[in-house]
Design a binder for this molecule. Structure first.
Ligand code: CMC
Length: 422
């Protein structure tokens, strides 16, 4: 059986055979037979925008791998910084490479004083931390004008280090500002997650030593959120990157895409939903209402996964580890009941709606004391590694500027009518 398809243009009987390669067919081949006839594919539902060797997902089987390594093994044995290296460089680092990488990132965590004093402090007192983060990342491009030199390997590498290193500092600064708390400088003696927790929670003590179980939980959550192939924010990164904008501007666009409730804002929506359900007894009525079309079951369903999201399985376990230290989140029982009800209900089963990564992550963040506004920010910190890995891949592929086509359905040509005659 040939691994190809044959397309016939019924207007003139011409045909073309297109090979199926790596699970796709080339649109360039299609265009040879049908120039000017476009694929109509809103939301890129069936379009592969690139070849990629970073992340592999089998949505039907519920499998996820970074550079070939199963997410379960990375979550159990690796760290976020090691995973960031893996995503960006393609292989796990050896001891010396990891030490250098960790050192570089640790010594680029500080932000320019003007970013903090003049820029961050200019926001309104109740500014959403995600809005602050999006703007602050874009503002970094003005502090590092050399970042425009995206084809110089050393300059490119420097901006990658800066972005990964400064995201937690900006994130914590955004929180401290909105909470009316003074800024905490990075502590280079702490590891990546412990330093982030120190910048978040330190008050008067000379050194903030995070509970190791909580620091590890943050690291695991960072690993799980580090990449997810061509998701909405990564696509934003690629589209902006394809215009050869600097990486700070492209990352700001990606972070803006992550801000939306359908993407990085879903874990906040889960907590609000669980709070509105109120108690385990109300779960059946809530499920009934969703089935009747009143809202969605937040944290359920995924464009790619038609099975249990493998990240959700790991997060469910992390939740119990965190609750051992923080005490159980009172919303957990409602979440468990809701999951049980949905997984046993024909409506959700037939649509292959399973818990996704966000179903349990908000419960953990809330138990650790993070305000809900910080949830998308907590997603943006590690996703920066994924955004940058795809950005590097895009530049190395020397892809053209992203510029899709449209099917025009608007008015035919008509003449301008002066205002007084309309
Ligand atoms: N609750 C109830 N029904 C749902 C849900 C849900 N969460 N998700 C999908 N459906 C139904 C939908 O109504 C539709 O039914 P029908 O065929 O009868 O019209 C069917 O399932 C297919 O839904 P869709 O909207 O066509 O699917 P999509 O691939 O466009 O949407 C999604 C994916 C994630 C936006 C959607 O499942 C959703 O809104 N989920 C809730 C929000 C959420 O948890 N988002 C986090 C995604 S994971 C984190 C990330 O990667 O950012």
């Amino acid at each position: 059986m040939p691994e190809s398809i044959t397309i016939t243009d019924n207007r003139n009987g011409e045909t073309i055979e297109i090979p199926i390669v790596d699970g796709g067919v080339s649109a360039a081949e299609w265009a040879k037979l049908l120039p000017g006839i476009w694929f109509y594919d809103p939301a890129f539902m069936t379009t592969a925008v690139t070849e990629s060797s970073i992340t592999w997902i089998d949505g039907d089987a519920g499998k996820l791998e970074y550079r070939g390594y199963p997410i379960e093994q990375l979550a159990e044995r690796s760290t976020y910084l090691e995973v960031a290296y893996l995503l960006l460089r393609g292989d796990l680092p050896n001891r010396q490479q990891l030490d250098e990488w960790t050192h570089e990132i640790t010594y680029h965590t500080f932000i320019h004083e003007n970013v903090r004093k003049r820029f961050l402090e200019g926001f309104h007192y109740d500014a959403h931390p995600m809005g602050i983060l999006v703007s602050a990342v874009a503002a970094l491009s003005t502090f590092y004008p050399e970042a425009k030199d995206i084809f110089d390997p050393a300059t490119r590498y420097k901006q990658i280090i800066r972005l990964i290193a400064k995201m937690p500092t900006l994130a914590a600064a955004a929180h401290r500002f909105s909470a009316g708390m003074p800024f905490v400088y990075p502590d280079n003696s702490l590891n990546f997650p412990a330093n982030f927790l120190s910048m978040m929670w330190k008050t008067a003590e000379p050194r903030f030593d995070a509970n190791p179980a909580l620091a590890r939980a943050v690291d695991v959550l960072f690993i799980l959120h580090a990449d997810h192939e061509q998701n909405c924010s990564t696509t934003a990164m690629r589209v902006v990157g394809s215009s050869h904008a600097d990486p700070y501007s492209a990352c700001a666009a990606a972070a803006a895409a992550l801000y939306g409730p359908r993407h990085g804002g879903a874990n906040e929506a889960v907590i609000r939903m669980l709070g509105s359900i109120g108690s385990v007894e109300n779960v059946p009525d809530f499920v009934k209402a969703v089935k009747e079309g009143h809202g969605r079951l937040q944290g359920f369903g995924h464009r790619v996964y038609k099975n249990y999201d493998p990240r959700a399985k790991i997060i469910r376990q992390v939740a119990y580890d965190v609750f051992d230290s923080t005490g159980k989140n009172p919303l957990l029982d409602i979440a468990l009941k809701l999951e049980e009800a949905a997984l046993g209900d024909e409506y959700f089963v037939s649509r292959k709606l399973y818990p996704n990564v966000d179903f349990y992550s908000g419960l953990i963040y809330q138990a650790m004391g993070f305000p809900m506004e910080m949830f998308p920010v907590l997603f943006a910190i590690p996703r920066t590694a994924g955004w940058l890995a795809h950005w590097v891949e895009l530049l190395d592929q020397d892809q053209k500027i992203a510029r899709p086509r449209q099917l025009y359905i608007g008015s035919a040509r008509r003449d301008y009518v002066p205002l007084e005659e309309r």
